[in-house]
Design a protein around this ligand. Structure first.
Ligand code: SF4
Length: 328
């Protein structure tokens, strides 16, 4: 692999949150992300899929350095950004964009759309007032808030949820980042606008050849969206593969339980969710010994209860963390 093509590299990343019952008690740790490895090339999209509490949002926010890593490394274009001090992260903030789940909370209520989009340009000392106005108009056109004059002077409360999320996307886009992380970007929106917003994100990613990490609990939305699918369970990536490989040949019992290739009457949505396996995801303060999925796994063997499987490369572009498989 040409190393120059790799935009983001994550090595053995751990994010543990300390909690204490009392000031004098021993600390306990919520192991939200516990040893994650992957690479993302320029222009590629990863869909990061998992149940609520699996650690996917923590992983996304840590890559953006909104949470501090406990251990491991994060490289962006081969530069180690894991422990860069806050004041040295300005360039990284420009190279990365964040689309969060809740557009209502993401936009300053007392700013107009114009001010919301101009703010990052001013902070980063980009352009003159005239050139900034041009950039804002272009960004609004790109997220299809047109005619622009109908939106540019509005406040967030005057917009629908879908329109607000378009403003959030325009704000992420205006700095021309190389990487956007979109965390459940449509889960709080009406079903009627979800597909439109996902199509918009995909078009923007392709038009600008950006890399995208799309975080979701909904496997049904990822097929047309991603080059890669990563399945996350209890702080670990339990399976990661190119999209077609994962959907056509899922290996991990958790992935298999999440996904079923039952044809849907809608030809654009051939994959449906199956019921998730019975039981709850484990408590991440005290996860089960061995494979974290073993209490819910119908294939569990003795070794699964004692030893944690390591991630193995079962085929080209396909990794799994399960005792049922061998390298290659
Ligand atoms: Fe199931 Fe064992 Fe594989 Fe875990 S390692 S998913 S318990 S078979």
């Amino acid at each position: 692999m040409n190393n120059n093509e790799i935009l983001l590299r994550v090595e053995n990343l751990k994010v543990w949150f300390e909690i204490r019952k009392t000031i004098i008690s021993q600390p306990l740790y919520v192991k939200a992300v516990d040893g994650v490895n992957f690479e993302l090339k320029k222009g590629e999209t990863i869909s990061l899929v998992g149940e609520s509490g699996s650690g996917k949002t923590t992983l996304g926010r840590t890559i953006l350095r909104l949470y501090e890593p406990t251990d491991g490394k994060i490289f962006f274009e081969d530069k180690d950004i894991t422990n860069l001090p806050f004041k040295e992260l300005n360039w990284y903030r420009r190279e990365t964009g964040f689309v969060q789940q809740d557009p209502f909370g993401a936009l300053a209520p007392h700013f107009t759309v114009y001010r919301i989009l101009e703010e990052p340009l001013i902070i980063n000392k980009i352009g003159t007032p005239e050139s900034r106005k041009e950039m804002i108009i272009k960004a609004l056109e790109e997220v299809k808030l047109t005619p622009v004059s109908d939106f540019i002077n509005k406040y967030p409360h005057m917009l629908s949820g879908g329109q607000m999320q378009r403003v959030v996307i325009a704000r992420a886009l205006i700095m021309k980042p190389k990487l956007i992380i979109a965390d459940e970007p449509v889960s709080m929106l009406d079903a009627s606008v979800r597909i439109e917003i996902l199509d918009l994100l995909r078009d923007i990613q392709r038009n600008h050849n950006m890399s995208l990490i799309y975080i979701t609990h909904d496997l049904a939305t990822v097929r047309s969206f991603s080059d890669w699918i990563f399945i996350m369970y209890a702080g670990n990536l339990v399976e990661r593969a190119k999209t077609d490989k994962l959907l056509n040949n899922p290996l991990h019992p958790y992935t298999k339980a999440l996904l079923s290739a039952i044809p849907d009457p809608d030809p654009t949505n051939r994959f449906k969710l199956r019921e998730v396996p019975p039981g709850e995801p484990p408590n991440l303060i005290n996860p089960p010994e061995g494979c974290r999925f073993h209490p819910r796994c119908s294939f569990a063997m003795e070794i699964c209860k004692k030893e944690e499987p390591r991630e193995i490369n079962v085929a080209k572009d396909h990794w799994v963390k399960c005792w049922l498989y061998k390298e290659g």
